[in-house]
Structure formats: C-alpha cells, structure tokens
Write a protein that binds this ligand. Structure first.
Ligand SMILES: Nc1nc2c(c(=O)[nH]1)N[C@H]1C(S)=C(S)[C@@H](COP(=O)(O)O)O[C@H]1N2
Ligand SMILES: [Mo]
Length: 443
C-alpha cells in the first residue's frame, strides 16, 4: 500500500486484520484504564464495522449517507482546505461553547459536570464578588504593610515580582459552597448550581512570610488585617500562624497573570481555607495583636448554631467529595458499563480514600484515586460500574490524612442545625431512575 493509502485506512479494521483484538493491543500499549485494572471486562463501546467494509484495503470513497456512521466520511470538509492560521491568544472549539460558568450578580459557578481531571481552566474558575470587579491598573496598584512592624513599607507590582516566587496547586472553595444542601427543600438542581463554588489552579506568588520579613513583624503580633481594593473594601483578620505558614501573595494562576475577576493584579491566597479569607485585589496588610471583628467575620462568614451561639473563624474547609459524572442532567442511555467519577478535597491535607455507593449508602466500594494525590488539592476518583437498569442512588464519601471521614447530611445537621449556610460538607446523593435520568437527591 502506498503511504497515503495506509494513512486513510481506518485503524480498527487494520488491527482486526492483524489478528489482534483491540483489548490486547490496549493492554500491550500499557494504556490500561481504571476499569480494566479493576478487572471489569469492557463491553464493545462504539460501532462495529461490517466485515465486508473492514476487509477493504481502501476506505469507502463517498461520504456516507446521512445516518450511516459505520465509517468516518472519506474526505470530510476540514480535510479539503488549509485550516485557520495560529493565533495570538487561543480559544476553544466553538462546539464546546455550552461549557460555561453560571453567573448571577455576585458569583459564578464552575461547570463541574463537564470538567475532567483536577484543574480548572482560568475562564471557568468560580467567581464571588461583593462589589463587582475593580479595573485595576497594575502600574498604579500598591500593597501597604504596616501596623506592628519595624518598617512600614509600600510595594509596587514590580517590587512584588522581584521576590523569590513559588508555584503550588491548590483548590479554593467558598464556604457557602453547597449551602443549598442543608435542607431537602433547598437542594440545587445540579452539581454546578450546588457545588460550583470550588475550583483549582496552579497559583504562583511570593510567600507572605517573605514580605513580612521585609517589614520586620513585632514578635508579639498575632493577627493580620487584609484589605481588598474593590468597592466593598473587603477585610478579614488572618491569624499570624497561617501568614507564616503557607499564605501566598499570588499574582498568577495557571501560568499567566490572575484574571481580573480572581484578584488581578495581586491577591492573598490561603491554601485550604474558606475562599472569603483569600482577599482579592490586595492593597493593605495591617499587623496587630487581635482580630478586627470586621463585617465579614461577625455578621457574615460565621456559623449560627442551634443554641443561638455562632462559630467564628471557621477557616479550614473540611474533607468533602461529590460525584460529577453521572450527576443531575446526565442521562444513562442504557444498562451496562458506566464510569462513575468525581472530585474529593480537604483543606486539612491529602485525600486518602474515597468510597462510592450505588445503593444509597448500604454498601461502599473504594474508588481509584488519580495520582499524583496532592495535599489541599482536588483529587479525581473513578469507579467502574455496571448498571443493571434498576433505580440507583449514587454517593461518595471522602477521608483525608487526618482520619476525618466526610459525614452524612443527617450527622452534620444533628450537630450544627440548619441555621448555618456555610461549611456544608455532607454526603451528596444523585438518583438514577430506571430510564437513566439522573436527578439531584437529598440524604
Ligand atoms: N476584595 C475582595 N476579596 C474577596 C472577595 C470580594 O468580594 N472582595 N470575595 C471573597 C470570597 S467570598 C471568595 S469565595 C473568594 C472568591 O475568589 P474568586 O472570585 O477568585 O473565586 O474571594 C474572596 N475575596
Ligand atoms: Mo465566598
């Protein structure tokens, strides 16, 4: 066969001609997915090529009649012309235009039901703004550090970028994420509406402790006030321990400058802590020896308990997980093999285990964790599932390396009541009906 002919022959028939099954080839190539590794015999997914067609050494000459999709069309339109030229800034395929954030006036949510792996594209990172997005000129932006310090100092963006930087992969989650799930009446319609206030990128910036060393922090200082340059002038009090540990003065996400909506040109980033404390458009850090009791840590972002008292400074996001596929809005087109997949994360460390139930919590099976499993990071889990066509109830339960196990909603409500919107990390259920429809369920 001349080389052009070889190129045109579809891969599947060629493999069959050589006497090797598709599966044995996949195994030889070492491309063994979790389902195969788990010993699940994959059914034939795809369309079988008729023997007569498979035996041909050249592909079918004509474009197949509409509806006949047994072979790729011979020469599709995109093979007949030179395509568009390289561009300065990329855009995704227009066929993917439906994968979008869900914006309201004050937030937008990540489309978790459409995402794979663990990283969030910057364009789909969730947003939460208390007074819109300020249009900041980086040349005019300044960061003041003052209060209980030896030398109050002001840093320009050029100053900040001169310090040694680090890059880290961490999720960020709004403490209001899945606040809809406290009661059955209020549950969100799908995973984006309910759980879309969590995202993950690689953050780059200067460790806050580096800048604090520049100003010389008073050893008796215990808190830092962080203030944003938006019209909300958002302020939060941050414990000094966190500032000296892994707090980051971040100026980049996913390898490029922060997006305006995520804090351009610079934000505070506190790994594993409620998103609210990661002050965007950071303009001021004041060092002190007590919290300032700002609006966002008294009237808001506190958790009202059943006895009328409130939990305050509940910074760490506890271990949590959610199945993203299949989830509400997806449809299983028939019984048989389906891969259940989702994300798990903990603000206190690494995920060590995710169990999945398909019978509403009666029985549990360990899912496979996609490595590398990083601390304080979204962790993808997968479980091969053979659906028997009966109604099913899908759940996932995460454990982190502190030994903490994600609770049921009932367990959480028993302790915290339902007055608190924040910090809901209970087990989420998706109901699969006999016709394959997946809907949001509670408890
Ligand atoms: N200056 C300022 N910082 C802010 C906010 C804000 O409105 N203004 N929102 C906070 C909240 S509630 C969250 S959850 C995160 C959201 O960050 P993102 O929009 O990059 O996802 O930023 C926090 N930092
Ligand atoms: Mo938030």
């Amino acid at each position: 066969m001349p080389p052009e002919e070889v190129r045109k022959v579809p891969a599947e028939p060629a493999i069959e001609e050589s006497g090797l099954s598709r599966r044995s080839l996949i195994q030889r190539a070492g491309v063994i997915g979790s389902a195969v590794a788990a010993g699940v015999a994959l059914p034939a997914i795809g369309t079988a090529v008729p023997e007569a067609v498979a035996a041909q050494s050249t592909p079918v000459a004509a474009t197949p009649v509409a509806g006949d999709l047994t072979m790729p069309p011979d020469i599709p339109p995109w093979m007949q012309v030179w395509g568009p030229l390289p561009s300065e800034y990329g855009a995704r395929s227009p066929f993917e235009d439906g994968v979008v954030r869900m914006p309201s006036k004050t937030s937008s949510r990540t489309p978790l039901q459409h995402l794979t792996g663990t990283m969030t594209p910057s364009s789909l990172f969730y947003e939460r703004h208390h007074a819109g997005i300020p249009a900041i000129d980086p040349a005019l932006h300044r960061l003041l550090i003052h209060g209980m310090v030896e030398r109050p100092m002001v840093f320009s963006m050029d100053d900040i970028r001169r310090f040694p930087s680090i890059s880290v992969i961490h999720f960020m989650e709004c403490s209001g994420n899945s606040g809809s799930e406290w009661t059955e009446e209020s549950i969100a319609k799908d995973v984006q509406a309910g759980f879309g206030l969590v995202s993950q990128v690689e953050w780059t910036g200067v460790p806050l402790k580096t800048l604090l060393a520049q100003v010389g922090v008073d050893p008796s200082a215990t808190w830092i006030l962080a203030e944003g340059a938006d019209a909300a002038g958002m302020t939060r009090s941050i414990p000094m321990d966190k500032a000296m540990d892994d707090a980051l003065i971040a100026y980049a996400m996913n390898g490029e400058a922060l997006r305006p909506e995520n804090g351009y040109p610079v934000r505070l980033f506190l790994p594993g802590w409620e998103g609210n404390a990661s002050i965007k458009w950071l303009r001021r850090l004041k060092i002190g020896d007590q919290p300032w009791m700002t609006r966002e840590e008294t009237s808001k972002y506190t958790d009202l308990m059943p006895d009328g008292t409130a939990r305050q400074f509940t910074f760490a996001m506890e271990a949590k997980s959610v199945i993203t596929y299949p989830s509400a809005g997806h449809k299983l087109t028939g019984p048989g093999f389906w891969e259940i997949s989702g994300i798990a994360w903990s603000g206190r460390g690494a995920i060590t285990r995710v169990e999945v139930s398909t019978d509403g919590g009666e029985t549990w099976t360990d899912a496979e964790l996609q490595g590398p499993v990083l601390p304080i990071a979204l962790t993808r889990f997968r479980l091969p599932w053979t659906w028997d066509g009966n109604p099913a109830r899908l759940q996932s339960r995460a454990t982190d390396d502190t030994g903490y196990v994600q609770p049921t909603i009932a367990e959480l409500v028993a302790v915290r009541g339902v007055n608190s919107n924040y910090h809901m990390n209970g087990i989420k259920s998706w109901a699969v009906s006999a016709d394959g429809e997946v809907t949001s369920a509670w408890g």
